[in-house]
Ligand binder design. Structure first.
Ligand code: BGC
Length: 886
């Protein structure tokens, strides 16, 4: 996390941080030829404002300097500091550039140059790839999960004078590479999951330090992963992308004398069966340490008993560099308790529902088999695995008999809080002692996103709710945004992300990861504009195949890019997704026809409305076609706004007109003359109010009052599903019913947000009552304890409870509008914006509201306190006191 803005008064000149490159945390192996640059100014004299910038680019020993255009030329370009266009000539493959930024204020004085950022391009041209995917010859039945993975190796020489070495690597399946017995990098589950046929990601690693002059060896572990492992529910499908398991890599060596050598994967590699006996995303991993071959990834190992490899086909044009960070282990947790179940089972409780896997350190006789089975919850004192459906979710390790063995599965992950351990060696008490000594730890993994948003308040339950949202996000941002991390599903449901994207963008920097996922969405979109239910697409049963257009899910195509634009100020994502977004709206336009009402076809509607019967979660209180038409209006409006930003005047006009027509049709069809809606349910009102579909102020007020009345009539228990829940709090607070919004937020009876917290939830659940009030697990087929969608309220907590929101794209202008209530005496939010850290905090004291707000340099802000006139704020720290609202 960046430093808070320092005390600016004692600094005469501004201080600039090392620039950032596109949305990369580490700009090594990037895919952009002209990467945009951003920088934060961490301190500056009071009142200082950037009026010009200079970017120095050092390439091949020469430095070029590029200055923003002079403000006197009538351009404001000099004030930009976020995603500024690449100033030099475009990068070529492997090009290295060292970038520094200096800034100038109105006084004409330049700052010192920033610390340098070194960036390096990946392999940008298909012709750069000489490697071929290679793997063991297939001799197993392609239709079983019992396929034994292989390991691959190759020896090579390195001359004296090596100055730089890069490994470009990917796989059909999953890979982990080793060089000379040491692991390459820390990425996990690489290359992640994309639409492999069109976009297969490769990673770039600096491996210079792993190599030695003389004989070297490179090895690769392989696993099935998403490429050919089982995917999907009700038995699922295998070999979705191919039935091979291959490594595709190119090790490039650069010498001081200018010489270059490439060690690519090709026919000369060797293969052997892996000590991993089987491995699957859903099922877990079986590893027999007796089958390990010590030294296999070191030079001099005798591989004469190994087999050759087969070359596979791959179009190098499909290889792409990542736009976001890789998946990594980011935290380790020790169990908080070791339980004994009624059957005598031994169960670790990690105290937190998490996503990752367990690492063990164990000693025992060769051939001893330890089994770890995971679960999110207990029932009757035993792990409850029914919600996992057909995911075996177990890891099985067979000891080699070495004095100490350490093992963690490589190509799988689980969603769990509890782990049942069986077969642990060491006699009675052995497990207790070993657990106490730290022999079993949970390793938390997810896309290694930078945290950007924090919230706290005077209410510990609310704080726990927020923590639960963060944990659910971590657990479901595992290379792609998934619905859940534990059962035989874990796929990129578009609707889940659509509703959660604002919260995700508040909590973490998801800009790079989600712009990559949106590329996949566009690739998977059907020619008629249909957006799949999940991205990447997998074959699925009945209503999911063939794909059909569905509101709220398909609207990810329009609303997710817009959210990224609002939160990260990235116009590029709008440009990249515009065609996909408008194709979605055009399709809905055709489906709706002249009535402008989308009132036909299959819809999920307000999915998981608590009133829907467990076996039919789409049977909500709110008419599903009302939902569909509301989203049609919202998406048409969003495409109009996208067009406006992109300067597409004709498109702006036509989509704006369409949006108006749909809104009018909506109002005509679903809103009565007294503001009552045809579906007299909270989701209907929330949609109409938040999507601007009731224009008459009198009707709008009536609708808002009816919404508040419905909430009160339900004793503040929640009555919305996936669609209404992310909107209902804003609908209340923005239209005069803040108190009711707080009542809803702070309710503890089922169903409610805090019901889950009071039941001991440590993540957000899929169903409001995944755990029933009697403590038993909901018997529904779909009962996850880790689904982020209903946690979308966290964004409202930041924006309204604490009062921190973007007011212009990328937080160039910030809106501080705390709305105290609910008996809270304190709330605060911090956010690491592209401009730097901003924060707001309020406290009620002696009948007054005391507020402190921090504006980063480069941004402006407005402070909007209840009962006071709005005030403009400049960069710096501001303290205000206001009368407490009644
Ligand atoms: C998933 C959801 C998803 C829904 C749609 C479920 O199985 O877990 O979160 O959006 O199906 O039908």
């Amino acid at each position: 996390m960046s430093r808070p803005p320092a005390d600016r008064a004692d600094r005469a000149v501004p201080v600039v941080e090392a620039p950032r490159v596109e949305h990369h945390r580490e700009p090594l192996g990037i895919g952009e030829r002209a990467p945009r640059l951003s920088w934060r100014i961490v301190s500056a004299p009071e009142g200082w404002r950037q009026t010009a910038y200079r970017v120095n680019v050092e390439r091949d020993g020469a430095t070029t300097s590029h200055e923003s255009q002079d403000p006197d030329q009538g351009t404001e370009q000099g004030a930009d500091q976020v995603l500024v266009a690449w100033p030099g000539r475009p990068l070529g493959s492997r090009d290295v550039a060292v970038v520094r930024v200096a800034v100038r204020g109105a006084d004409g004085a330049w700052s010192a140059p920033s610390p340098p950022t070194t960036l390096e391009a990946g392999l940008l041209d298909p012709a750069d790839w000489v490697a071929r995917p290679v793997g063991a010859t297939l001799n197993e039945n392609p239709n079983t999960d019992d396929r034994r993975p292989s390991i691959l190796r190759k020896e090579f020489e390195v001359r004296a004078g090596l100055v730089r070495a890069r490994l470009y690597a990917t796989a059909h399946g999953l890979q982990e590479a080793e060089i000379n017995g040491r692991r390459v990098g820390a990425d996990t589950l690489a290359p992640g999951w994309t639409v492999y046929g069109e976009r297969l990601r490769y990673a770039t690693h600096d491996v210079t330090e792993l190599l030695e002059t003389g004989a070297n060896a490179i090895g690769a572990w392989l696993g099935d992963g998403w490429y050919r492992g089982r995917l999907g529910w009700r038995g699922g499908f295998r070999n979705v992308y191919g039935d091979d398991q291959s490594f595709l890599a190119q090790l490039e060596l650069v010498y001081a004398d200018g010489g270059r050598e490439v060690v690519p994967t090709d026919w000369s590699w060797r293969s052997a069966p892996s000590p991993i006996l089987r491995s699957g995303i859903y099922d877990g991993e079986d590893h027999d340490a007796r089958a390990e071959q010590p030294g296999w990834s070191r030079a001099g190992f005798d591989d004469s008993a190994w087999d050759g490899v087969q070359e596979r086909r791959r179009d190098p044009a499909t290889l792409v560099a990542p736009t976001g960070p890789p998946v990594r282990v980011t935290q380790e947790l020790r169990p908080v308790r070791l339980l004994t179940g009624p059957s005598g089972s031994r169960i670790l409780d990690f105290g937190q529902n998490l996503v990752g896997r367990v690492r063990m350190r164990v000693s025992g006789p060769a051939g001893t088999t330890v089994t770890l089975r995971t679960a999110e919850v207990l029932q009757d004192g035993e792990i409850c695995t029914r919600p996992l459906r057909a995911a075996r979710s177990a890891d099985i390790y067979t000891l080699a008999g070495r004095p100490v063995e350490e093992w963690e599965p490589r190509f799988t992950y689980h969603g769990f809080r509890y782990v049942e351990v069986s077969g642990w060696p060491g006699g009675p008490g052995g497990l207790d002692d070993d657990v106490a000594a730290g022999a079993l730890v949970a390793r938390v993994l997810h896309t290694d996103l930078e945290r950007t948003g924090w919230f706290t308040s005077s209410d510990p339950l609310l704080n726990r709710l927020h923590e639960n949202v963060v944990w659910s996000m971590r657990g479901n941002f595992v290379d792609l945004p998934t619905d859940c991390p534990q059962r035989d599903e874990r796929i990129g449901w578009t609707g889940d992300l659509q509703v959660f994207a604002p919260t995700a963008s508040t909590l973490f920097d998801v800009s790079g990861m989600l712009s990559g996922w949106l590329r996949d969405l566009a690739v998977e979109q059907l020619p008629d504009g249909t957006v799949p239910w999940f991205v990447p697409v997998i074959p699925a049963v009945d209503k999911w195949t063939p794909m059909r257009p569905g509101a709220a899910w398909g609207d990810a195509a329009t609303l997710v890019p817009w959210t990224l634009y609002e939160r990260f100020g990235d116009e590029g994502v709008l440009r990249a997704q515009f065609d996909s977004a408008r194709r979605w709206v055009d399709l809905v336009d055709r489906l709706a026809g002249p009535s402008r009402l989308w009132d036909t076809g299959f819809q999920l509607g307000d999915w998981l409305d608590p009133a829907a019967p467990p076996e039919d979660p789409a049977d909500a209180r709110t008419d599903r076609y009302l939902v569909a038409t509301a989203y049609f209006a919202r998406s048409a409006r969003t495409v109009a706004r996208m067009a406006e930003v992109l300067g597409l005047d004709a498109e702006h006009a036509s989509y704006a007109a369409l949006a108006d027509e749909v809104a009018a049709a909506f109002e005509g069809a679903y809103v009565a003359g007294d503001g009552r809606m045809s579906s007299d349910a909270p989701t209907a009102y929330a949609l109409a109010l938040r999507f601007g579909l009731i224009t008459d102020p009198v009707l709008r007020e009536a609708a808002a009052s009816r919404l508040a009345e419905l909430v009160r009539q339900a004793d503040n228990r929640i009555a919305t599903g996936f669609v209404g829940t992310p909107l209902v709090s804003d609908a209340l607070s923005a239209d005069g019913h803040l108190d009711t919004a707080y009542d809803l937020l702070l309710e503890r009876d089922c169903p409610s947000w805090l019901y889950q917290v009071e039941q001991g939830a440590t993540t957000v659940w899929e169903r409001w009552d995944s755990l029933l009030p009697d403590g038993t697990v909901n018997p529904g087929q779909m009962t996850s304890f880790n689904h982020y969608a209903l946690g979308a309220v966290a964004d409202w907590m930041h924006r309204v409870v604490a009062g921190l929101a973007p007011d212009a794209p990328g937080y160039r202008r910030i809106r501080f509008a705390p709305r105290p209530g609910g008996g809270l005496t304190h709330a605060a939010a911090r956010h690491l914006t592209p401009y730097g850290e901003t924060s707001v905090s309020w406290r009620t004291e002696g009948g007054e509201l005391r507020v402190e707000a921090v504006v980063p340099i480069g941004a402006t802000a407005v402070l909007d306190l209840p009962g006071a006139a709005a005030e403009e704020l400049a960069p710096g720290t501001h303290r205000r006191t206001a009368p407490l609202p009644p």
